[in-house]
Design a protein around this ligand. Structure first.
Ligand code: PMV
Length: 370
């Protein structure tokens, strides 16, 4: 059977609508792997349909990733039909988010209601480690759906650059920061006047020169608190609507991104440290000054930050920290410093981690088919 795709609402992002026809296949599976990412300049505050109030940039990670296998089978019933499994166990708590994702992306993948899907997903990092699985999870699912679309269009299996862009566009509609996980090693999301090709609709690979100091950058994630976050990112983003410092914050983030361009080019590690740490603390300052206010850092988050500052002062190291919307600390450092910093982490920082746990990661290349 063939579905012809109609002209859609011109207000939507038309270039991602499919203009050719699909040939629906009976059943099959596709599998993808997609990593998490860590923002250097943070996205916090959105408008419209998952559009960012400021531009952000992140390192794509490598070891923290999600593998997803999407099984599809033709159906005749109405509506979306899918089941979600995490490590082979049915996970109904993920369903509302995926239902919403399907509703948002249906205009761009009009075959979704033709299939019953089983979404089988595994994370390389421990479940409820406090590491956001939404970036890797949503980008892995978006890649699987693009791989399926390719099949239904009779296109080659491999994902072209244009199709990666569509995957990023779709991933954004699942979870904003997920759009930065499709590509690597440095990805920008959000229109920025100094970054060519940057877009609010999708993540784009950072287009300028990056000094070797930043190649293979290391990120050790210290698991300070593995519990469920008290305030979700969705709630946090929404609190930026009425936030007294919102406009200054969006401006600051865009300025930080402008300042990062020469820093990345020249390999200026000390300027990098200053921008990255200021960004992390500014993100959390927004939480501290929201109405209602909230604190996601824990006492051990602050202990770790202070130890990093002391170590830097004593040794002249370029190690620095950043934070996501949670208590865990991402310890960033150049590959050259791996030995000294790993030693420092093991002897001085792991005692502040829940059960002494941490994950060693480094920048990666993004999502791919398995
Ligand atoms: O993509 P979301 O809605 O989970 O928001 C992520 C926000 C931060 O991780 C705090 C910052 C960022 O840019 O990744």
């Amino acid at each position: 059977m063939v579905i012809f795709v109609e002209e859609m609402n011109p207000m939507t992002s038309n270039q991602y609508l499919t203009t050719t026809s699909y040939t629906l296949l009976e059943k099959g599976t596709v599998s993808c792997q997609s990593p998490s990412n860590i923002a250097l300049v943070k996205y916090w505050g959105k408008y419209g349909e998952q559009l960012p109030k400021n531009a952000s940039i992140s390192f794509t990670l490598s070891n923290c990733h999600t593998k997803t296998t999407l099984s599809y089978e033709r159906k005749t019933s109405e509506g979306f039909d899918f089941e979600v499994f995490l490590n082979d166990h049915k996970e109904d708590s993920f369903k509302p988010k995926i239902q919403k994702f399907f509703e948002r992306i249906e205009a761009y993948l009009p075959f979704l209601k033709e299939y019953k899907f089983n979404i089988n997903t595994t994370n390389s990092f421990p479940h409820s480690s406090g590491i956001a699985s939404s970036a890797s999870g949503m980008s892995a699912l978006a890649m699987c759906l693009i791989a399926l679309e390719n099949r239904l269009l009779g296109a080659p299996e491999s994902i072209s650059e244009a199709k990666k862009q569509k995957a990023s566009f779709l991933a954004r509609l699942g979870s904003g920061s997920a759009c930065r996980s499709i590509d690597g090693p440095l990805v920008v999301w959000g229109e920025h006047q100094n970054i060519e090709g940057s877009s609010n609709l999708l993540g784009t690979r950072y287009p300028y020169n990056v000094h070797p100091n930043f190649h293979e950058y290391q990120d050790t994630i210290l698991l300070v608190d593995k519990g469920e976050k008290q305030v979700s990112s969705t709630v946090g983003h929404n609190l930026m609507h009425e936030h007294p410092f919102a406009e200054q914050r969006f401006q600051q983030a865009n300025n930080h991104l402008s300042k990062l361009i020469p820093v990345l080019k020249e390999g200026d590690l000390s300027a990098f440290v200053q921008i990255v740490e200021r960004e992390a603390l500014s993100l959390h300052a927004m939480m501290l000054t929201s109405n209602p206010y909230f604190i996601l850092m824990k006492p051990n988050t602050l202990e770790i930050i202070n130890r990093i500052w002391e170590f830097r002062k004593e040794t002249g190291s370029s190690v620095c920290f950043t934070l996501d919307a949670g208590a865990n600390v991402h310890v960033l450092f150049p590959k050259e410093e791996r030995e000294e910093v790993s030693q420092f982490i093991r002897t001085e920082l792991t005692s502040f981690c829940s059960k002494g746990e941490f994950i060693e990661d480094e920048v990666g290349i993004g999502a791919f088919l398995l």
